[in-house]
Unconditional design. Sequence first.
Lengths: 208, 344
Amino acid sequence: MAAAERRERAPPGGAHPVRGGQDSEQAVLRAGGRPHPGGQLPERPLPGPSVPDASGDAALPGAVVGVAHVRIVVATTFTPFRVADADGPADALADACRARGDEVDRIRLPWSDGLALACRLTDVPCDRLLCLDPSAALLAHPAIRVWATGAAGLDDERVRAAVAAAPVVHAATDAVRARLAAVGVVAGLLPVPGDRAAWDHTAGTLLR
Amino acid sequence: MRVAIATAQLPFVRGGAEILTERLLTALREHGAEVELVRLPVGAHGPDRLLDQVLAARLWRLDGADRVLGMKFPAYLIPHPDKVLWLMHQHRAAYDLWGDRAAGLPDTAEGRAVRDAVRRADDAWLPEARRIHTLSPVVSDRLRRFNGIASIPLLPPLADPEAFRAGPYGDYVFAPSRLSPTKRQRLLVEAMRHVRSGARLVLAGAATGTAELQTLQAMVRRHGLADRVTILGRWISEPEKVELLAGALAVAYVPRDEDYGYVTLEAAAAARATITCTDAGGPTLFVRDGETGVVRPPDPRALAEAIDALMADRREAARLGANARDHLAALDLRWDRVVEELLQ
């Protein structure tokens, strides 16, 4: 489902029956010594890979070279109580990475109006972040890889910017690849594999 | 009824809280609820990032849920009109562990400001919940003391009590727990320097980072305890844990001010006595000295004497273990009751 469609189901303006809102949140959270002028969020450093790259050998930002044990997070977004299209490939990819001997965890981000900002505030401590839908790329990380198994979320300018900022982007189908191209993102084609050996190859491609 | 469990996820970290959450999910489904487990990712709780995590928790929405069950900090702060909390713990570095640098908040101007903001966040938003349950009287007491908020303890049963079995009482004291300074495995290694009997110590658990594992290994080497202390520095499987419990002399569990302490219940289910400390918090709710285990001050020599005494008298170890098992059975902790409370 496209992000625009999902937004239509939310209350107008993201209003919520619970009192509060971002302004009151910031008032509560303002730490005395560190005000956020004008309600702006402070710039933050991105969490880096915990395993250092072998200097000079890494062709891509965050490339993991000469390291046997890599901590990988496979991330997707989902609407609670609905099956997310990306979950199947994400779980299979996580299994394939585990089979390679890496440490793997899954992150599933509940789709919310505040998704972009909440992701901006969230660190994901890992060596490689593999995002299987465009919206998950809102989790900024220096070693991010996007493998778009669908095009949902690309209507959102912030999602497009996040995907465009990823050093490597793959698309699972020609249609998704065309959608990405239409918003100025060049993606390689990496289809969802059909068998176990192919999953190993796909995991290897994403971890390069 | 659509129920969303809102908890926090520090990637690659797994412990009792995760087991409990997954078991709750199963129990809710058995009850007929449609359940979604929402694990909001958090990075390490450094002082410079902590408030961002709290603000992020306030930005997520679970509008499709009829009820949200909030469990871990900061996920329990997620706004929802029908929220019930089963609070595992607050951010303890801002409360009872304030002043303990290892807990993550330094006593600096910034650290104090962050601490105060975390407390204000709890003060302001915990009362949004329709009802607040906690994991144990220890957590309820903290909530009352620091925030003036009343809550009802709701003790979690074991995930799978039938899995445990009692074997012969062996020659090792088993200490299963995440390896961490707050779980105080160092105290147990220190105690082993003073153990005079042939008792051994088996530590089992993953470490958050490698520092604590290396510290413990270095202590073992330095004190020449390699033949008497085994460290399984990894997350052991449930069958492995069951086996290690079944053959232990007793269980040692000596955390500082633990919220609840599944380990004590697991020991009881395997008819093992628990050796714990007077300041251990949750475990002391279950362990009565001389009845269901041994309670000593957090002193290596006192713990060593307790281990030697059980090693010298296996019948006493068996008696305490049997009492512990009976006590656990008498508590009659059941998941269907937990679910009824949380969905009420």
